[in-house]
Design a binder for this molecule. Structure first.
Ligand code: ATP
Length: 198
């Protein structure tokens, strides 16, 4: 059967970069974050359920998802945010299953920030955690997104601690140095995965 490998990591850890390296090797990679953002615009069932939960203003006059409105609506409303996620996550799950079924490769990868939080690792053959020291991650996100130290730190503090993720991961890629090393570590993990399969 097909083997699903989960790729995860906190903000700024480098999981998208690892996914890119894996795609360059020719493996299919599903980007959960991309699809979550896409599905709220194209999945009609999802759209009507979001409107039901948060109101008509969740979409603009052209039917496009109003991310700002939704973010403000759920900000400081834990229960609403939870309900919103309970609508979006199953839609992504179904989309992923359809995507997996359409793949012909033996190994397929799934990049998701919430692999362990949503226990998605339980339906994976193996999991890869990308991690880096907190200050390095903060610096990288500040450079990438133009956010402040405090903003990034606040996001990190809301995420599952790296120490907990390390315990759950099958493979851990330390991304504290340069991109060349990250690519090398990624290739090493892929080699190990293929060897496990022999
Ligand atoms: P997010 O969850 O915020 O999307 P991510 O885990 O997907 O983050 P990336 O986007 O891959 O992380 O990396 C964060 C930033 O750091 C990017 O701008 C990326 O190019 C850069 N980066 C990642 N790894 C390295 C590295 N080893 N050396 C230098 N820059 C790096």
């Amino acid at each position: 059967g097909k083997k699903i490998i989960g790729i995860t990591g906190g903000i700024g850890s480098g999981k998208s970069t690892v996914s890119k390296f894996i795609e360059e090797l020719g493996f299919p990679v599903y980007d959960s974050d991309f699809w979550a953002k896409e599905l709220v615009n194209v999945d009609e069932n999802l759209k009507s359920r979001i409107i039901e939960l948060l109101g008509e203003e969740s979409y603009d006059e052209n039917g496009k998802y109003n991310r700002k409105f939704v973010a403000e609506k759920v900000f400081d409303h834990q229960e609403l945010l939870l309900q919103l996620n309970q609508i979006i996550h199953p839609a992504v799950k179904i989309n992923f299953e359809n995507w997996v079924n359409a793949q012909t490769a033996e190994f397929v990868f799934k990049e998701t920030a919430l692999l362990f939080e949503l226990k998605l690792n339980e339906s994976c053959y193996q999991s890869i955690l990308v991690t880096a020291d907190e200050n390095i991650r903060i610096k990288r996100v500040m450079d990438r997104d133009g956010r402040t130290y405090r903003e990034v730190k606040e996001i990190i503090d809301k995420q599952m601690p790296e120490t907990d993720k390390v315990k759950l991961a099958d493979f851990v890629i330390q991304n504290n140095t340069d991109l060349e090393s990250l690519k090398e570590f990624t290739h090493q993990v892929i080699d190990d995965l293929q060897r496990m399969d022999l």
